[in-house]
Ligand binder design. Structure first.
Ligand code: HEM
Length: 141
């Protein structure tokens, strides 16, 4: 089974520079150094949140999309030493599996879709409609 690395919060806050930036969100530790320049919210907020210790509240306050939460998984390097796998979703699958699972979402909360979540389906619909119109209406004229 994959070994999960555990870090203390004070250890994480030591990595709060542009060249080495770690974050704690929901007791999981993320190395976002390579993501700093690409973060749509800017690199400064991430470095600031990193130095402040736990970034969970700031992350939640922004209301990140499902795309953002899916992205997070690729940056995870471990968990906090206080992390309790038993309280996390999917605990029966083992500590390592649940520790690296997608963050818990509140099932009662309204889904948080961004515009980009709608663009691709919309584009497919427009192309399909145009193709249908061309094949049936224009072709028969
Ligand atoms: C691994 C951690 C993070 C990832 C993968 C991530 C990813 C993203 C993504 C993909 C967006 C674009 C909007 C969306 O899809 O929601 C975004 C926007 C943003 N994020 Fe993050 N983010 C992370 C952590 C944080 C943290 C800790 C903060 C706050 C301290 C933050 C603040 C913001 C802000 C202010 C925006 C801009 C929102 C807007 O302009 O509408 N992010 N982030």
């Amino acid at each position: 089974m994959e070994e999960v690395k555990r870090f203390s919060l004070s250890e994480v806050t030591l990595h709060s520079s542009k060249k080495d930036c770690w974050l704690v969100i929901h007791d999981k530790v993320y190395d976002v150094t390579k993501f700093l320049e690409d973060h749509p919210g800017g690199e400064d907020v991430l470095i600031h949140a990193s130095a402040n210790g736990d970034a969970t509240d700031s992350f939640e306050d922004v209301g990140h999309s499902s795309t953002a939460t899916a992205m997070m998984m690729s940056f995870q390097i471990g968990v906090l030493d206080s992390y309790d796998a038993g309280s996390d979703a999917g605990a029966s699958a083992g500590v390592a599996a649940s520790a690296f699972a997608a963050p818990k979402t509140n099932p009662t909360a309204a889904p948080n879709y961004s515009l980009s979540d709608y663009l691709l389906p919309l584009l497919i619909l427009v192309v399909a409609t145009a193709a249908w119109y061309y094949l049936t209406v224009v072709n028969k004229a």
